[in-house]
Design a protein around this ligand. Structure first.
Ligand SMILES: Cc1cc2nc3c(=O)[nH]c(=O)nc-3n(C[C@H](O)[C@H](O)[C@H](O)COP(=O)(O)O)c2cc1C
Length: 512
C-alpha cells in the first residue's frame, strides 16, 4: 500500500541522533520545546518488535514531535517493507535504516553496523522500503567496520545504496570494531574522521550527506554546514539540551526560541499533567530534563531533587516546581551565570579554571585518544563563554552571513563596551540595531571585484555579509547606546541603567 499523501520535505540541517533508551517520546517532546525545527529521531526499533509485538507501544508519539523520523533495525527486506508501511500509517516524516549499531545483540540479528559489509543487501532493503512509501528512506551508518575501513570501501557502500534510491546518508564519523569494544567504547575509542565525510560529500555532491559524531555545539554545526548538508548531534544535546535553544535562530533562521531553561520547564506543564493522567510516571519524563540547567547555580540540587522525588508515589507537576525552586537564575533569566563572582572581581581566572576543569573532566577518557583537538577547544570556548555574565554563550555568529568579526566585550562600572574588528568597511556600511534585548551588528565588506585572482599566493581575508548578535544584560539602557568607528575598530558603548527597553532602536555609527 502506498501512502496517498505527498511526501514531506524534511529539513535535515540539524537533527538529534537516535539513541536507544534516551530519545523516547518523552525525551523528544521535551527537546521539541527547545527547537521547533530540529529533526528528531526515535530510538532504533527492530522489525521483530514492530511486527511481533504491539506496534502502538513503539510507534505512538505526540503530534508536536514532528518533524520526526522513525529508525528501523533489520535486514530482511520484506519485514522492513512492512514496517515502513506502518511508519506511513503513523505519519512519520522519514524512515531511517540503522547500519551503525555495533552491539552483539544487533550483530546476532545480522543488522546494524555489520551490514556495512553487505552493501548489496542494504540496497535491497532500501529498495523494498522505498517501494512501500513515498516518504524519504535514509540510511545511518559508520565510516567503516573492522579492517574494512578504507575510503574506497565506504564510497562503494554509499554508491551501491544510492543506486537503490537512497538520497540521504547520515554518517557517524567513526569506524566500529565489531569485536572487542562495547557499543559505548565504539562511540569513543575509534578516532573521529570528519574529513572523510567532507570527502564523501565532495565525491557525491548530488546526495544529501549528514555528519554525525562528537559535535558539541552550534558553532561546530555551523562550521560543518559549510562542508556538508546537515549535522546530527547526539550525546551533547542530551546532556546539555539548552545548547539547542539558539538552534532555530542560528540554523533555521527563525527568531522563535525559548527565553530561558525555566520557560522550557513551564512549557512542559500540560504535557506532564496529561501523561500522568494517562498513567505515565513522572520520573520517565524528568529523567531527560536533568541536564537542562547545566552551569546554572542550583543545577545540582535540581538534579538531586528530581532523581530522589520524581520516582515517588504521588510525584507530579509540583515536584518539578519544587525542583526548580533550587535554581538561582534571578540575576539573569537567560544564561544566568556567576554574577556574584564578577562583582567580587575573581573573574577571569576562576572562570578559566572552572571551564577547563569541566571540559577535561568530561573528556578525561578521550582526551589522549581524540583525533580532533579542535572539538575540545570548541567545547572549552563554549564552557568559558557560558560562564560569562550577560553576553553569555557564543551563539552570536549567524548562519547565512559570510563571516563574523572578532569582538572583545568588556564590563566597566557604568557601561559595557563591545569592540569589533571590522576593517575595510565604512561606517555607512555597518548596521547596528537593538531589538528585544538583542544587539545586532551587521553589514557587508564588498569584494574587490576588479582584482584578478591570478597572482595571489594566498586569499584569507573574508568578504561578503557579516553579522553578530548579542543578548544584552538586563541592565543596559537601550536609549543611550552609541557607536563609533575608528581605524577599523567599531566600538559600541552600552551604558548601564535599571530599565531595558523592548522597543526596536537604530544606532548610527559615526566616523571617528
Ligand atoms: C545511549 C545511546 C544510544 C544510542 N542508540 C542508537 C540507536 O538506537 N541507533 C543509532 O543509529 N545510533 C544510536 N546511538 C549512536 C548515536 O546515534 C550517535 O551516532 C553517536 O552517539 C555519535 O554521535 P554523538 O557523538 O553526537 O553522540 C546511540 C548513542 C547513545 C549514546
Amino acid at each position: 500500500m502506498q501512502d496517498i499523501i505527498k511526501p514531506p520535505v524534511v529539513d535535515r540541517r540539524l537533527s538529534i541522533a537516535p539513541m536507544l533508551d534516551w530519545t523516547d517520546r518523552h525525551c523528544r517532546y521535551f527537546l521539541r520545546q527547545l527547537s521547533r525545527h530540529v529533526l528528531l529521531y526515535t530510538e532504533m526499533v527492530t522489525t521483530g518488535a514492530l511486527l511481533h509485538r504491539d506496534p502502538e507501544r513503539f510507534l505512538d508519539y505526540h503530534p508536536d514531535e514532528h518533524p520526526l523520523a522513525l529508525q528501523l533495525g533489520g535486514s530482511e527486506p520484506g519485514e522492513l517493507a512492512r514496517c515502513t508501511r506502518l511508519a506511513g500509517e503513523w505519519d512519520y516524516d522519514e524512515i531511517n535504516l540503522n547500519v551503525g549499531c555495533p552491539s552483539d545483540r544487533v550483530q546476532s540479528g545480522r543488522f546494524g553496523a555489520c551490514l556495512m559489509a553487505e552493501p548489496a543487501l542494504v540496497a535491497e532493503c532500501v529498495s523494498a522500503m522505498r517501494e512501500s512509501t513515498r516518504r524519504p528512506v535514509t540510511v545511518k551508518h559508520r565510516i567503516g567496520i573492522d579492517e574494512r575501513d578504507s575510503y574506497d570501501e565506504l564510497s562503494r557502500f554509499v554508491e551501491t545504496v544510492a543506486d537503490a534510491g537512497c538520497r540521504t546518508f547520515i554518517v557517524h564519523a567513526r569506524k566500529a570494531w565489531l569485536q572487542g569494544l562495547s557499543p559505548k567504547e565504539n562511540r569513543e575509542v575509534p578516532p573521529l574522521r570528519h574529513e572523510t565525510i567532507y570527502r564523501l560529500k565532495a565525491d557525491f555532491p548530488e546526495l544529501e550527506i549528514i555528519i554525525n559524531g562528537g559535535i558539541l555545539g552550534l558553532d561546530e554545526v555551523v562550521r560543518h554546514l559549510e562542508q556538508v548538508d546537515g549535522a546530527m548531534i547526539g550525546r551533547a544535546a542530551y546532556h546539555d539540551p539548552w545548547l539547542l535553544a539558539a538552534a532555530d535562530r542560528r540554523i533555521f533562521g527563525d527568531s522563535a526560541g525559548p527565553s530561558s531553561p525555566r520557560a522550557v520547564v513551564l512549557e512542559m506543564q500540560s504535557y506532564v499533567e496529561q501523561e500522568l493522567a494517562r498513567g505515565s510516571r513522572l520520573h520517565h519524563i524528568t529523567r531527560h530534563m536533568l541536564g537542562l540547567f547545566q552551569g546554572v547555580p542550583g543545577a545540582r540540587a535540581w538534579r538531586r531533587h528530581l532523581s530522589e522525588q520524581a520516582n515517588r508515589p504521588g510525584a507530579g507537576w509540583q515536584t518539578l516546581l519544587d525542583a526548580m525552586a533550587h535554581i538561582d537564575d534571578r540575576s539573569r533569566p537567560h544564561r544566568p551565570f556567576l554574577r556574584p563572582l564578577v562583582s567580587r572581581k575573581i573573574i577571569p581566572h576562576f572562570i578559566c579554571d572552572k571551564a577547563f576543569n569541566r571540559v577535561t573532566r568530561r573528556n578525561a577518557m578521550t582526551l589522549m585518544k581524540t583525533s580532533n583537538p579542535w572539538s575540545l577547544l570548541d567545547e572549552f570556548n563554549r564552557e568559558f563563554s557560558r560562564m560569562l555574565p550577560g553576553f553569555a554563550d557564543d551563539d552570536s555568529r549567524v548562519v547565512g552571513s559570510n563571516w563574523a568579526p572578532a569582538v572583545d566585550i568588556k564590563e566597566e562600572d557604568d557601561r559595557f563596551v563591545i569592540r569589533a574588528d571590522i576593517p575595510g568597511v565604512s561606517a555607512d556600511d555597518i548596521d547596528i540595531s537593538m531589538e528585544k534585548g538583542v544587539l545586532t551588528i551587521s553589514g557587508e565588506r564588498k569584494h574587490e571585484a576588479k582584482e584578478d585572482k591570478e597572482g595571489y599566493h594566498r586569499i584569507e581575508r573574508s568578504f561578503g555579509t557579516f553579522m553578530r548578535r548579542f543578548s544584552l544584560p538586563e541592565n543596559v539602557d537601550a536609549d543611550k547606546i552609541s557607536a563609533s568607528s575608528k581605524d577599523g575598530v567599531v566600538e559600541v558603548s552600552l551604558p548601564k541603567a535599571v530599565k531595558q527597553e523592548d522597543q526596536p532602536k537604530k544606532i548610527t555609527v559615526k566616523n571617528g
